[in-house]
Structures are given as structure tokens and as C-alpha cells.
Design a protein around this ligand. Structure first.
Ligand SMILES: [Ca+2]
Ligand SMILES: [Ca+2]
Ligand SMILES: [Ca+2]
Ligand SMILES: [Ca+2]
Length: 384
């Protein structure tokens, strides 16, 4: 919050703490400092190691790993891999919270079932804006059920897609009171509802938001969203549908902080391909998290029909000195993930509440039960 309030100061830079001033909106920095446009803060003149070619300490320049500087989505300047930057971190207004172009689609009822006229086909970079406003009461069971909202996603080539629900109007965030279940079905769902089920997700985002991140084949898929308790009224919500870009393939060795992968360092809706070859293999990935932002990192199975509980992986979050501060394992409706996004992050350790940029490292390993053979996977990163 301090950053936002300070950014309103018109000139002279906004002093935040010893040695750190905000210049996000073009304010001048003190004489011996320059404005770091990506982070929106003043920094002492001189070399900034973040922009250097990344060197490890083995004396061999050939295996040093390239990295790009982090960008800051929401500073009003489209740079690096940002498709757009409208100066805010909202989605549904044409430019998403991670600086992707939004295509806004509003629901049309009826859209509860796949053959309903309002069950629209939407593109794989959209914000689906809808309302859950009906609770059905079933006399026989004595329970109420929320209505469904369905839409079709039909990529023209295989993609990795994140479908994320938000119930706050002013931010990509959730109120922590109500939540969602997001299910994905094959295209023959209208004929064989149960058999056509591919994957579901529940309560694995910030607040009680839900995130379904999946590999998707080039064919139609039905996405079904509903309130997760059958008792809560949700007047409106948004489902953000985003294609994630592959930045590269991990290359061994990458099991130490010094050798961690840097290809997805900006964390802007990026994926990395990896493989865990043996039980002790650990793959490390570095992401820069600017001040006031949070990281979501999650494991993505390499096939759409692979459920998270069958995909036995573990994600750990390491601090800058390599100490593990948090870890999660795969569960039935949530693949291994850490989430520091939102105003009240699920995992505070994945949020950067400091006034300086912070480097977080994610470690992917097999889960405790182990799996025989090589386990191919993707890891997806989102910083916002
Ligand atoms: Ca920007
Ligand atoms: Ca926006
Ligand atoms: Ca509906
Ligand atoms: Ca590996």
C-alpha cells in the first residue's frame, strides 16, 4: 500500500525507506540515483547485477545461464514480454493483471449444460464475466446446489491454459468467503457426462479462489464453474483464461541456487518444461518478484487427463540463501503449488511485502511416494 500511496506524489521521487524512493510514474530520483523502470524505484548509480549475464562460479563461461531482466506489469509501459500495460493490475479491462491482451466475454444464460444456447465458445485468452445468482434447493436431499456456468474452450493447437476464478470486482483476487469448483470435460460431455470428466480443481488459489492449470489438446473442452458450498450467493465473478508460454527446457545440473534456471525469471505467465529423472532429482527455477507483488508457481501435468493426485510432485519455495520456507504436494484437486498473489496471500512466503526486489527460487521434486521412471512435467509461473 505504501508504494501506491507514495506513487501519487507528483515530483521529486517518493521516499519510502532509507535508500529506496519510488519513481514509478516518472518522478525524479536523487542526484546519485537513477530510476529503475522495471521496479519503479530509485537505485544508486552503478552496475545492477540483475541485468548482467548470469555467471556461476565454476569458471566455465560456456554453461552460464542467460537471463532477461524482470519487467513490471502495471507501470504503464509495455516492455519485454508484456503484450500491453494499461497502468493497472486489473483484468477484464482489455489488459490483464499480467499484461496480456484480454478479450472480455459476458455470460448468456442459460449456460448450465453443454447444449444450452448460452454455453459460448470463447478464445483461450479471455475474461469470462459471469454471475452465480441462483441456488437450487433439492427437497429430497435437503440440500441446495449452485447453478452451473459452462463455456467451451477450443484451442487450435495444444496449449497450456490457466483458468482462474475471482470474485472481487476491483482486483484479481477473492474475498476468502466464497469459492469455486472448476471442472474440465471432453467434447463428448453431452453424451457421457461422467465418463467425459478430465480434471477438476478446488480451493487452490488466493483467498478461496480456484485455479485450473492444464495441458489442453487441440479440441473442444467444456469448462464448468460452480460455487463450492451450494449455500453462498455470488452476484458476479470473473474467470481469467490465459495461455502460458513455454520459455524453455530445464538443463541439468540445476540443483543449486547458483545453477538454477533463469529463463522464466520475469514470471509473466511463463512455463518451463522439465523432467524428474530419479527420486533425488531436484530442479530449481528462479523468479524475480518486484515489491508489492506475489508469485504463483505450480506443477502442470503433461496430459490433460492426468489428475493432480496421480501426478506425484512436490514444490518447495526457497529463500535467497537456499533455505526451504514452504512446500506443498499434489492433492486430488490441486497439483503442487505455491501462491503469494492477492491481498491476503495463501502463502505469505511467496509474496514480496518488502520495498526491494526479491528473488524467489522454486524447487520441483517427486512427491514422497515416488514414481518409477522419468516424470515429465511443466512448472508454471505467474507474478502479479
Ligand atoms: Ca510494464
Ligand atoms: Ca488492466
Ligand atoms: Ca448458468
Ligand atoms: Ca531435471
Amino acid at each position: 500500500m505504501a508504494l501506491l500511496l507514495c506513487a501519487l506524489v507528483a515530483s521529486g521521487g517518493c521516499h519510502l525507506a532509507v535508500g529506496i524512493s519510488s519513481c514509478r510514474h516518472g518522478e525524479a530520483c536523487p542526484a546519485n540515483e537513477r530510476c529503475d523502470a522495471e521496479l519503479g524505484v530509485c537505485r544508486l548509480n552503478g552496475n545492477d547485477p540483475r541485468f548482467d549475464h548470469e555467471l556461476d562460479d565454476d569458471g566455465n563461461p560456456d554453461d552460464d545461464k542467460e537471463r532477461a531482466p524482470a519487467t513490471l506489469c502495471g507501470d504503464g509501459v509495455a516492455e519485454g514480454r508484456e503484450h500491453c500495460d494499461d497502468g493497472n493490475r486489473l483484468s477484464g479491462d482489455g489488459c490483464s493483471s499480467t499484461c496480456r491482451v484480454d478479450d472480455l466475454v459476458s455470460e448468456v444464460e442459460p449456460n448450465d449444460y453443454p447444449n444450452d444456447s448460452g454455453s459460448l465458445t470463447i478464445s483461450t485468452s479471455s475474461v469470462f464475466s459471469a454471475g452465480i445468482n441462483t441456488l437450487y434447493y433439492n427437497e429430497a436431499s435437503g440440500e441446495s446446489f449452485s447453478e452451473y456456468d459452462t463455456f467451451w474452450l477450443a484451442p487450435v493447437e495444444p496449449v497450456v491454459v490457466r483458468v482462474e476464478t475471482f470474485n472481487r470486482e476491483d482486483a484479481d483476487d477473492c474475498d476468502g468467503v466464497t469459492g469455486f469448483i472448476v471442472d474440465m470435460h471432453r467434447e463428448d460431455v453431452a453424451q457421457v457426462w461422467d465418463e467425459a470428466f478430465l480434471r477438476g480443481s478446488h480451493d487452490n488459489g488466493n483467498g478461496r479462489c480456484t485455479v485450473l492449470t492444464t495441458t489442453m489438446a487441440a479440441r473442444p473442452h467444456l469448462i464448468r464453474i460452480r460455487e463450492d458450498t451450494g449455500t453462498s450467493f455470488i452476484p458476479s465473478y470473473r474467470a481469467q483464461i490465459t495461455v502460458l508460454d513455454d520459455r524453455g527446457v530445464e538443463t541439468e545440473p540445476n540443483d543449486t541456487i547458483e545453477r538454477a534456471e533463469h529463463a522464466a525469471v520475469d514470471g509473466l505467465d511463463a512455463t518451463m518444461l522439465g523432467a524428474i529423472g530419479f527420486a533425488e532429482d531436484v530442479d530449481l527455477y528462479v523468479v524475480d518478484v518486484p515489491p508489492g507483488r506475489g508469485l504463483r508457481a505450480e506443477v502442470v501435468p503433461n496430459a490433460e487427463a492426468t489428475t493432480c493426485d496421480a501426478f506425484n510432485t512436490r514444490i518447495a519455495l526457497l529463500d535467497e540463501s537456499g533455505v526451504e520456507v514452504l512446500a506443498t504436494a499434489s492433492a486430488l484437486n490441486a497439483c503442487a503449488f505455491v501462491d503469494g498473489t492477492g491481498e491476503v496471500p495463501r502463502h505469505e512466503a511467496a509474496a514480496n511485502t518488502s520495498l526491494a526486489d526479491r528473488r524467489l527460487t522454486v524447487a520441483v521434486t517427486k512427491g514422497s511416494a515416488g514414481l518409477a521412471g522419468t516424470l515429465p512435467y511443466r512448472v508454471a509461473f505467474t507474478v502479479r
